[in-house]
Design a protein around this ligand. Structure first.
Ligand SMILES: NC(=O)c1ccc[n+]([C@@H]2O[C@H](COP(=O)([O-])OP(=O)(O)OC[C@H]3O[C@@H](n4cnc5c(N)ncnc54)[C@H](O)[C@@H]3O)[C@@H](O)[C@H]2O)c1
Length: 340
């Protein structure tokens, strides 16, 4: 059983569905991939699955973006071989977007592809990373340079995992929810005001439904799916730049920076100022401008050495492949700096 474009199942439906998958596939070996923080999620997760083979193996990697590397991937492939994993083995990724991206990449490439399941435990992974079939690792200091489009066999979302999520990670996921609201034009004001204590299953379902809708239209990102990169051109550059400087930020914090830039470039100052009320712009030093532009040129969504942006004509009306010059981008960043 494969879910349609990895549309998730929520709560007890999710556990029932995953049990059904495990019964159906009857995997030769089950691997649970976690990071050093999400290891603790297993005490909640494992007892809920009647069909989980008691002989499962736990694969643990250090938490953080550094684990999305070729070295960690190679190590995991070696461990799979050591355990005699075959094409009927399954990997269950229990973690945030890092575990999802890494585990799906490992599974999609090992022996030309073995089954895998995403069990997102961070808000960001629930509303975004676990859905849509993209996976990948970083390479040569650049984000997601190696990866595939491969749908998981199942996605299970359990809100209870969020109880242990640190607040900056909650905000990181909130950033992607805001991105979805800007793109869809739905629930923007409501979501901008959302606090962790008010988050409901319905908020998650709305956000996931929007992403799934776009992915269904354009799985391979030939056209419309590119809109999901709103805020990610500057965002990815900022994320990798800060990581290289030794002062990493969350993925969502980088996306917020990117959303500020994209809204200003879109001429939507009102939306940008509303965003700044909740998540202020972080000043970008002038010395960072050239390295950030260089990174944007490397973005794999570009063609012919030009930087292409997703912008909004208005709330809920995205356009993509908009060519932005270095001058225009620099002016936007400097304008955001001077408004502080
Ligand atoms: N494939 C996609 O479509 C897609 C989309 C968006 C983002 N991403 C990728 O996702 C990654 C970011 O995801 P993320 O923000 O989840 O990062 P992450 O996986 O690093 O998780 C953030 C932190 O929260 C911890 N954590 C996760 N769940 C927890 C829980 N329930 N309790 C306590 N701690 C928990 C993790 O250990 C980590 O320290 C990036 O690498 C990004 O490129 C992929």
């Amino acid at each position: 059983m494969k879910t349609s474009h990895s549309y998730p199942f929520f709560g007890s439906d999710g556990y029932d569905g995953l049990d059904a998958i495990l019964q159906d596939l009857s995997p030769s070996k089950t691997f649970l991939l976690v990071d050093s923080n999400t290891l603790d999620c297993l005490s909640h997760f494992v007892p809920k699955l009647a069909q989980l083979d008691a002989d499962f193996e736990i694969l643990e990697v250090p938490s953080g973006e550094e684990s999305k590397s070729l070295e960690v991937a190679a190590n995991l492939w070696s461990v799979l071989l050591e355990y005699g994993a075959d094409r009927n083995s399954i990997i269950i990724n229990v973690g945030g977007g890092v575990i999802g991206d890494l585990g799906a990449f490992i599974a999609a490439t090992f022996k030309r592809g073995i089954p895998f399941v995403n069990v997102p435990t961070s808000l960001l992974a629930m509303v975004d990373a676990s859905v849509g079939g993209k996976n990948g690792i970083n390479f040569e200091g650049l984000k997601n340079q190696l990866g595939t489009f491969t749908e998981p066999n199942f996605v299970l979302i359990d809100l209870d995992f969020l109880a242990s999520l640190p607040s900056q990670e909650w905000a990181s996921g909130h950033a992607e929810m805001l991105k979805h609201a800007l793109l869809s034009g739905r629930y923007w004001s409501e979501l901008l005001a959302l606090k962790p204590t008010n988050l409901t299953l319905q908020h998650l379902q709305q956000s996931v439904a929007f992403k799934a809708e776009i992915v269904r239209e354009d799985f391979q990102e030939k056209g419309k799916r590119k809109i999901l990169n709103l805020g990610h051109t500057t965002g990815h550059a900022w994320e990798s730049y800060l990581a290289e400087c030794g002062t990493p930020c969350t993925h969502g914090a980088a996306v917020i920076q990117g959303l500020h830039v994209a809204l200003l470039l879109s001429g939507l100052g009102d939306l940008q100022r509303a965003l700044a009320q909740r998540y202020p712009w972080q000043k970008i030093e002038e010395k960072a401008l050239a390295p950030l532009w260089e990174r944007q040129l490397q973005d794999k969504k570009n063609t012919n050495g030009e930087v292409r942006y997703v912008l909004l004509e208005e709330l809920g009306r995205p356009i993509w492949d908009v060519k932005i010059s270095m001058e225009r981008w620099t002016q936007a960043v400097l304008a955001l700096n001077s408004a502080l």
